[in-house]
Design a protein around this ligand. Structure first.
Ligand SMILES: C[C@@]1(CC(=O)O)C2=NC(=C\c3[nH]c(c(CCC(=O)O)c3CC(=O)O)Cc3[nH]c(c(CC(=O)O)c3CCC(=O)O)/C=C3\N/C(=C\2)[C@@H](CCC(=O)O)[C@]3(C)CC(=O)O)/[C@H]1CCC(=O)O
Ligand SMILES: NC(=O)c1ccc[n+]([C@@H]2O[C@H](COP(=O)([O-])OP(=O)(O)OC[C@H]3O[C@@H](n4cnc5c(N)ncnc54)[C@H](O)[C@@H]3O)[C@@H](O)[C@H]2O)c1
Length: 217
């Protein structure tokens, strides 16, 4: 059994602190930026890509070693220095303050780990091997990337609109459930990518009912 519990956090208004400025910290910063988090990076040295992000104003940067007070107003802390004593010391301090912490060098010193992730707009896929095989998680995400191409970014938006219409128009919970399931088959997705009937509610519902009926039969 894995003790890790997967969630999607709304990071849009949360401050994250990243300690360390190497490739591992850079990966964490990229993932956080994709979720719109506010990031403060603390490290005496940083990669050229991180330097560019600082220049572009994407992240706040303190060019020094991390200190305890850096933990103060953070929702999440990511520790990725190459100093094991610093990593472990900051992890203990963060936990004692109740700040959730990720420790890149050792999964069990922290409160959470970061899964390999694939984003297609609002479709977010995350794979974890619970720290036992990050390379496997990364490989599986690579496979998913081939299976779920960039077209899913648009498709997931169409599906969102279809769902809004169904929720508005269909009051029976059981029927709603059947229609929404019928809306996401591979065949249905192909149809929506060509014509989703979003401006013709009657036509859309008729197509969904037909699909739900066919699936049952
Ligand atoms: C998913 C990903 C996300 C990210 O980092 O953003 C991520 N590691 C990635 C890649 C990767 N990391 C490593 C390799 C080399 C192969 C290997 O060693 O196996 C590769 C493969 C590669 O580079 O392709 C080395 C490594 N990783 C950790 C340690 C320490 C240890 O062993 O505990 C060491 C040894 C360091 C050393 O040698 O000393 C620890 C962690 N790495 C995690 C996440 C967390 C668990 C995730 C999970 O299992 O779900 C955890 C526990 C903590 C954390 O960082 O949250 C990202 C893939 C992104 C992508 O490609 O999509
Ligand atoms: N989770 C993962 O996926 C993964 C993968 C490889 C390695 N690791 C672990 O993550 C650590 C970082 O890896 P890396 O390749 O980015 O290392 P790196 O050596 O390239 O970078 C380390 C960074 O930490 C900074 N640093 C050093 N002391 C500091 C301090 N007191 N306060 C703040 N910053 C400080 C350095 O200036 C440097 O920017 C490794 O030591 C390893 O244990 C994790």
């Amino acid at each position: 059994m894995s003790q890790w519990y997967p969630v999607l956090l709304n990071m849009s208004s949360h401050r994250c602190v990243v300690m360390g400025g190497g490739p591992v910290a850079e990966r964490k910063v990229r993932g956080l930026l994709e979720a719109g988090a506010q990031i403060r990076l603390i490290s005496p040295t940083i990669t050229s890509q991180l330097q560019q992000m600082v220049k572009d104003g994407d992240i706040e940067y303190c060019a020094r070693e991390a200190v305890d007070t850096d933990l103060d107003d953070a929702t999440l802390v990511f520790i990725a220095t190459n100093q094991s004593t610093v990593n472990q010391d900051m992890a203990v301090k963060a936990r004692s303050r109740g700040v959730l912490v990720n420790v890149a060098e050792e999964s069990t010193s922290g409160d959470f780990i970061v899964p390999a992730t694939l984003r297609r707009g609002n479709l977010v896929m995350a794979v974890s091997a619970s720290g036992e095989g990050p390379a496997l998680a990364s490989r599986i995400i690579g496979e998913l990337a081939e299976q779920y191409g960039p077209e899913y970014e648009h498709l997931i938006d169409i599906l969102g609109e279809i769902r809004t219409i169904v929720k508005r128009e269909v009051s029976d919970a059981n029927e709603r459930h059947n229609l929404l399931r019928a809306a996401v088959t591979e065949d249905a997705l192909r149809e929506w990518s060509e014509a989703a009937h979003l401006d013709d509610t009657e036509q859309l519902l008729a197509r969904l009912r037909q699909r739900a009926y066919e699936e049952k039969g």
